[in-house]
Design a binder for this molecule. Structure first.
Ligand SMILES: [Zn+2]
Length: 266
């Protein structure tokens, strides 16, 4: 009986030991598979990975929905015309300005001329305040007896008379019938433009003259191209009528025309 008990005891011990060894083997396998050594690590890293994947999916989803949206075919760049049509007048009329506002008919001749010259003026308004150098002010200043095709101010370019593809209406600005019958007159708001060359202009005056000069340059280039006018025929009022000084000889010869030459030679 004693032997039987001993055998049973050893058998039990053997089973218990083998169970423990098996447990150790499983533990080692799990350790190897997970490649971690600390069993106290919680499954948090796995969760984090999942969260990241979810985040990535959330971020990528809108991109995915945007991709199939068809991209509109880009419209070919249109060659810009040197003029815009005047909606007020119809297809035969053309406009070069930022706006069209016709002067009273008493101030211009209702006959068409072929322009060969461009004559520049200043409208003579006081120097200060410079924020009053406006093309709309020029329009009112011309009144009902005088006219020019354009007024240029810090507010841009206003066209005041009807113009056509090959001809323009005759204005009364140069006070020289020979020239008025062959020219486009442009009134620039302000006075004493020479001050930008003599460096007598303060900063505000300088900026204002630069602004109206740039608008005038842009306009003159368009007109030269439209009516085939050469730079030699871009004149100042002082060159076509004795006693006039506008728009300033120094401004015209040393400031405006060199810039114009650069622009048309581009
Ligand atoms: Zn003048």
């Amino acid at each position: 009986m004693k032997r039987f008990i001993s055998v049973v005891f050893f058998l039990f011990l053997a089973i218990a030991l083998s169970g423990s060894i098996y447990q150790q083997q499983v533990t080692s396998t799990v350790k190897e598979e997970l490649n971690i050594n600390d069993f106290n690590i919680t499954p948090t890293p796995v969760k984090t990975t999942l969260t990241l994947v979810e985040d990535r999916m959330t971020v990528e989803n809108p991109t995915y929905t945007r991709v199939p949206t068809p991209t509109p075919t880009p419209t070919p760049t249109q060659v810009s015309l040197p003029y815009v049509e005047c909606p007020e007048n119809g297809e035969d009329y053309i406009c070069f300005g930022d706006y069209y506002k016709e002067l009273p008919k008493t101030g211009w001749e209702d006959n068409n001329i072929i322009p060969k010259y461009i004559v520049l003026h200043w409208d003579g308004r006081p120097e200060k305040p410079y924020n009053k150098w406006l093309s709309t002010g020029t329009w009112f200043g011309l009144g009902s007896a005088k006219s020019s095709h354009f007024g240029v101010g810090i507010d841009g370019v206003g066209q005041f008379l009807p113009m056509f593809v090959d001809s323009v209406k005759q204005s009364k600005a140069a006070d020289n019938w020979v020239f008025d019958a062959q020219c486009i007159n442009i009134e620039i708001a302000g006075r004493n433009f020479n001050a930008i060359v003599t460096e007598e202009a303060d900063d505000e005056m300088k900026t204002t003259i630069e602004t109206v000069t740039n608008f005038t340059l842009e306009l003159v280039v368009k007109l030269m191209r439209q009516y085939n006018i050469s730079i030699e025929n871009v004149l100042g009022h002082y060159q076509v009528l004795n006693g006039k000084v506008d728009p300033g000889d120094l401004w015209l010869q040393e400031y405006f025309l060199p810039k114009l030459r650069n622009l048309i030679e581009k």
